[in-house]
Design a protein around this ligand. Structure first.
Ligand code: UDP
Ligand code: MG
Length: 324
């Protein structure tokens, strides 16, 4: 029988975490009873440097029930890094790991389907949103626009799939070989390969607490995704350059013709417009190139993506360095 770990990144989730622990443990015990997963399966909360009572609550759950584990990061590193820390720790013990959010927006009812797909031979099972009825209109439009834009920019991602997925041990070992510091998991995971499948689910509203992904953060997340997986924006500079060069040739021909006809090309307005247009374009493209240069700078430093302070497993606390 397979050992399955749930990995749940948590940042200031004191309002939801008790309910999450209750619902996920009921589910896991149900699956253990049905002989779908082994008794050594665990629910691991990754505390991503919460400033509220989240850690205290997780520690209490770990003390009460051995099914819970705690991976405590040394500080807040963001959702993606917290998730990564969880996956890398869990892969040492589990045959498969399922990642989900603490707010249970992703229907945990389909976890059994994930496990069935895994037993059927899939190394990666993507949870894909069947609809977005519960999202606000703005959230839906921006989120769907996000996936379309990413595709347009040449990033290979699974449409409407966020970070709700199952990964086998060998898939996570594959993931571990990608040692870039700009973690954009939904871009990296499809590149790992191995057999994969899709399970549809409906996304609920957050049952308590606030979203930690306001609009601004979402934009920078999208930017991360594009610049980490595609060089199309830089290539666009070439196309734009050629286009404006063509325009300038036409302008030149036009001026020569007008001059030979005895006319002076009139107006400073056209000149003013071109200065702004070309200047703007150049600055824009320097900015785009700058984004990539900045990325290279960050990558060359090879800074750690996260530091684990401590791990609680089977009710016992371990030092972070040993990865439990
Ligand atoms: N999260 C985290 N670190 C952060 C921000 C968020 O671990 O710095 C976790 C958060 O606790 C939640 C998940 O990432 O479990 C998704 O966050 P949220 O629900 O706020 O995002 P949304 O669903 O609104 O996109
Ligand atoms: Mg959420």
């Amino acid at each position: 029988m397979k050992t399955v770990w749930l990995v749940i990144p948590c940042y200031n989730e004191e309002e939801v975490i008790a309910e999450t622990a209750k619902r996920t443990s009921e589910l896991m015990y149900g699956l253990i009873k049905k002989n779908k997963i082994s008794e050594s399966s665990r629910i691991a909360f990754v505390n991503d440097g919460s400033t509220d009572r989240t850690l205290e609550l997780i520690q209490r759950f770990c003390g009460e029930d051995k099914i819970f584990a705690c991976i405590n990061l040394s500080r807040n590193r963001g959702h993606q890094n917290a998730l990564l820390a969880g996956l890398m720790t869990a892969k040492e013990y589990a045959d498969a790991v399922i990642s989900l959010d603490a707010d249970l927006q992703d229907d945990i009812g389909v976890i059994e389907k994930f496990i069935d797909e895994f037993s059927g031979g899939s190394d990666i099972v993507y949870g894909v949103r069947a609809d977005r009825k519960t999202d606000s209109r703005i959230k839906r439009a921006t989120a769907e626009g996000f996936y379309k834009f990413m595709r347009l920019m040449g990033v290979d991602i699974v449409f409407n799939h966020a970070d709700y997925r199952l990964m086998s041990k060998r898939a996570i070992e594959g993931l571990a070989q990608f040692d870039e510091v700009n973690t954009f998991l939904r871009g990296i995971v499809p590149q790992i390969g191995y057999p994969s499948s899709i399970v549809e689910y409906s996304r609920e509203k957050r049952f308590a607490g606030k979203s930690k992904y306001p609009f601004k953060k979402m934009c920078s997340f999208a930017m991360e995704g594009i610049t980490s997986f595609s060089v199309r924006p830089i290539k666009m500079a070439l196309a734009l350059g050629m286009l404006s060069f063509l325009v300038s040739i036409f302008m030149l021909l036009y001026c020569i013709v007008e001059h030979s006809l005895g006319n002076t090309v009139s107006g400073w307005a056209s000149l003013g417009v071109s200065i702004w247009a070309i200047g703007g374009l150049q600055l824009l493209m320097i900015g785009v190139v700058g984004e990539y240069v900045g990325k290279i700078y960050l990558e060359t430093k090879h800074r750690p993506k996260y530091i684990i302070e401590s791990v609680i497993l089977d009710g016992e606390k371990h030092d972070g360095r040993k990865e439990a």
